[in-house]
Design a binder for this molecule. Structure first.
Ligand code: SF4
Length: 396
């Protein structure tokens, strides 16, 4: 049974396109370089999964899903990988499949694109297929940094991409930047922020570079090696100061900092990503895509070849599946809720889970880690950069 009643909520639909032109050194996603010949059969498989999802879930025994009312898609998000590598006709087919299965009413339809893949023709085709938001993988405006991590685009490609998108009527663009790239200095970071503010995208996501065993750069750095520009990596304090500089400059230019890694001009918050932080239901289609129906989470196999073969045989291969119990759901409410900088109201959560959170929250308020105001708690602004430490304490 779902541990939280989600009846009446609308759905986020995510489609995973796990193909890239080359593998960036810092990338720890389940994506890879595949021959173009598999793109079209892969899209066929995803269209089939979308069209037949109810039957596929029934066969996989995803019981909670069967008890939900029929959802309408409120947001659609094509991410990857590099979905902009697909032919525009294939992208349009994917959107048509979603509309057939979940209605025509999606208000926000996002495509992730890398700057060097944005041609005049593609931008026009994306707009006419129905995309109304582009998430552009900018990462940095410094060519030395882009080159060091194996990105395909250069600074000039970003400006060209923006011109083409705007000319096609796709002015609602989000930029991703990474703080902590090799060769990044206070000067180059300020310069990247300056270029971004000149272009003034509606939305900005800034991520701190993660170094873990899942990427070539991470493995090299953790193993004490020097390849992939490891010696040119800024240290943690420098990366944290880049983040703080970004907070100050974006605020000064009218951006609302609404989630730890996300800023938006008024009216342009990501409706799709808000669903994740609010624990609203979402269904993911494609290899490696994750889903959550309020009671269970599951993830498709991350291997696109295995995934496409399973779809031909009309069954799902799942890499992960878990039932979210009430304790876990409560922790997620707190953790995901506090990632949103406006914070959360405690009383409805206490009612829903029949708990008293005062004992948990009060010590953190007394220490100045979180703030409480009329029953609403939020991260103290001075602690946003070290939010992980606050979350560890809260969920202890
Ligand atoms: S383009 Fe994105 S998904 Fe692909 S390798 Fe680079 S970081 Fe990873």
């Amino acid at each position: 049974m779902p541990s939280v009643n989600i009846a009446g909520q609308n759905l986020g639909v995510y489609i995973q396109v796990p193909f890239c032109q080359s593998k960036c050194s810092y990338c720890n996603f389940s994506t890879g370089v595949f021959p173009r010949e598999i793109f079209e059969p892969y899209v066929d498989a995803v269209c089939r999964e979308i069209a037949e999802h109810e039957e596929l879930y029934r066969r996989a025994g995803l019981a909670a899903w069967q008890q939900q009312p029929r959802f309408a898609a409120e947001t659609i998000y094509l991410g990857g990988g590099t979905p902009s590598l697909l032919e525009p006709g294939d992208l349009a087919r994917l959107l048509d499949a979603v509309r057939q299965a979940f209605g025509n009413a999606a208000a926000e339809i996002t495509l992730e694109a890398d700057p060097e893949t944005v041609s005049v023709e593609k931008a026009r085709a994306w707009r006419s297929a129905g995309f109304n938001r582009i998430s552009l993988g900018v990462q940095s405006f410094a060519d030395t940094e882009l080159k060091a991590v194996g990105r395909r685009h250069r600074r000039a490609d970003i400006f060209t991409a923006i011109e083409r998108l705007e000319a096609a009527g796709l002015g609602n663009v989000s930029f991703d930047l990474i703080a902590g790239l090799p060769h990044q200095t206070a000067e180059t970071w300020q310069s990247s922020l300056g270029e971004l503010l000149r272009l003034k995208p509606r939305h900005v996501s800034i991520y701190l570079l993660e170094l873990d065993e899942g990427s070539r750069l991470g493995r090299e750095a953790l193993g004490g090696g020097r390849r992939y520009s490891v010696p040119a990596l800024p240290d943690d304090d420098q990366a944290a100061s880049f983040y703080e500089t970004a907070c100050a400059r974006l605020a000064a230019h009218g951006y609302e900092h609404y989630e730890i890694s996300n800023w938006a001009l008024p009216g342009f918050r990501s409706r799709h990503n808000l669903k994740y932080w609010r624990r609203e239901p979402y269904l993911g289609f494609g290899a490696g895509a994750h889903s959550f129906d309020g009671g269970e989470r599951w993830a498709n196999t991350h291997d696109p070849v295995v995934y496409a073969a399973a779809m031909l045989d009309a069954h799902l291969v799942l890499d992960e599946r878990e039932t979210v119990d009430r304790g876990q759901a409560l922790e997620e409410e707190l953790f995901l809720g506090l990632r949103q900088l406006e914070g959360i109201e405690l009383a409805p959560i206490e009612r829903r889970y029949q708990v008293n959170l005062d004992e948990r929250v009060r010590p953190l308020v007394d220490e100045g880690l979180i703030e409480m105001n009329e029953g609403r708690v939020r991260l103290a602004p001075s602690r946003i950069a070290v939010s992980n430490e606050v979350f560890v304490r809260l969920l202890d």
